[in-house]
Design a protein around this ligand. Structure first.
Ligand code: SF4
Length: 352
């Protein structure tokens, strides 16, 4: 029997105060947290239920062209918001690539950002895991690790971040609004998640009591709507986390890439922005040789953390695939198998 307090605050300020106690954690849909609690992986002493907090469940289109997504917006609601799909199609495609329909109906966007790694040793309480128990060791390092990280990993932890949603969000410069004990602040989503280093138990920049209240996509992100895709390779067609994934967004004028935004999923402890590869694509035509070179540069620092060298080649191929599909144009409708490398690109292309 695990005892814990349950509190349901009425305001964001009350929530922050309630979650500032040691051992407290926020509860939204609970699609990840409750599994972790039932499995004995985490043992919060207090659950602060934020699901009834007012003002956090709306999608607000800003006068400057950006969008502000409340942290309690459900994944499915955002993925099927017609204006959102038109303006940020790769984000919608990533949302529909994640989890199952039932989970997308329940899970919130704030929880999606903060979901924990799917490393099997992390979920297996008897296994040694530095993330669960700092200093215990890492059974994945010399265990079953074909799905683990190839970028940014350390000897202390080789886990990957599982979110699909976060990958195009990082590529498009999303900002996270956080309410904390010292008031409201903002951080780039790219900076929110930490690489493991010697402290894999610290996964984000969030401090005790910090509550994500919204995600904000800037107006500039709309400029990529006509050429944006999210492609995911998974071990079965549905309801599986990415082996690798890639978000590619291009701004193409007269056959030339003016600007590229690229990020990879399933390769590191955080969604991995590929800035060096973006730079080599600026000012060139989207031909096969150029896209392959960009993919090579994106994975230039990758190294296997175990039995996963194949991911380095696979990630390059998926990035080339995402770039090729993005260059061909965003489909008018998100494909029936969103995020699948086998999904069609035929049909009328969306023009932003
Ligand atoms: Fe734990 Fe990270 Fe090692 Fe997995 S890879 S067992 S999460 S320390």
């Amino acid at each position: 029997m695990m005892n814990f307090d349950y509190v349901r605050p009425a305001t964001v300020a009350e929530a922050v105060a309630a979650a500032s106690e040691k051992g407290a954690t926020y509860l939204a849909a609970g699609t990840n947290l409750l599994d972790l609690m039932k499995g004995g992986v985490c043992h919060p002493s207090r659950l602060v239920d934020v699901t009834r907090l007012p003002g956090l469940d709306g999608v607000e289109y800003l006068a400057d062209g950006g969008v502000r997504i409340g942290a309690l917006v459900r994944n499915a609601d955002l993925a099927h918001d017609a204006e959102f799909v038109r303006a940020f199609p790769s984000v919608a495609e990533a949302l529909l690539s994640g989890a199952s329909a039932q989970l997308r109906n329940a899970a919130t966007v704030g929880g999606n950002v903060l979901q924990r790694t799917r490393c099997a040793y992390f979920y297996d309480a008897p296994s040694a895991c530095n993330k669960r128990w700092p200093g215990a060791g890492c059974d994945a390092r010399h265990g079953e690790n074909r799905l683990h990280a190839v970028l940014g990993w350390s000897e202390a932890c080789i886990a990957t971040h599982p979110s699909d949603f976060c990958v195009p969000l990082v590529a498009l410069d999303t900002v996270v609004e956080i309410e904390g004990r010292s008031g409201r602040r903002e951080v780039a989503l790219e900076a929110l998640h930490r690489l493991p280093g010697d402290t894999p138990q610290r996964e984000t920049l969030l401090e005790r009591g910090d509550l994500i209240v919204a995600l904000r996509l800037p107006a500039e992100a709309r400029g990529f709507a006509a050429h944006a895709r999210y492609i995911k390779v998974r071990e079965r067609t549905s309801y599986a986390f990415a082996v690798v994934s890639a978000a590619a967004s291009l701004r193409i004028e007269q056959g030339t890439i003016r600007e590229a935004r690229l990020a990879l999923g399933g390769v590191a402890a955080k969604p991995w922005r590929a800035r060096a590869a973006e730079q080599v694509l600026a000012g060139v035509a989207p031909d096969a040789a150029g896209l392959r070179e960009a993919a090579r540069i994106a994975l230039a620092d990758a190294k296997p953390s175990g039995d996963n060298a194949f991911k380095i080649e696979l990630a390059q191929r998926i990035l080339v695939r995402a770039l090729t599909l993005a260059a061909a144009g965003t489909p008018e409708r998100i494909p029936a198998l969103p995020g699948s490398p086998f999904s069609s690109v035929s049909g009328v292309h969306h023009v932003a």
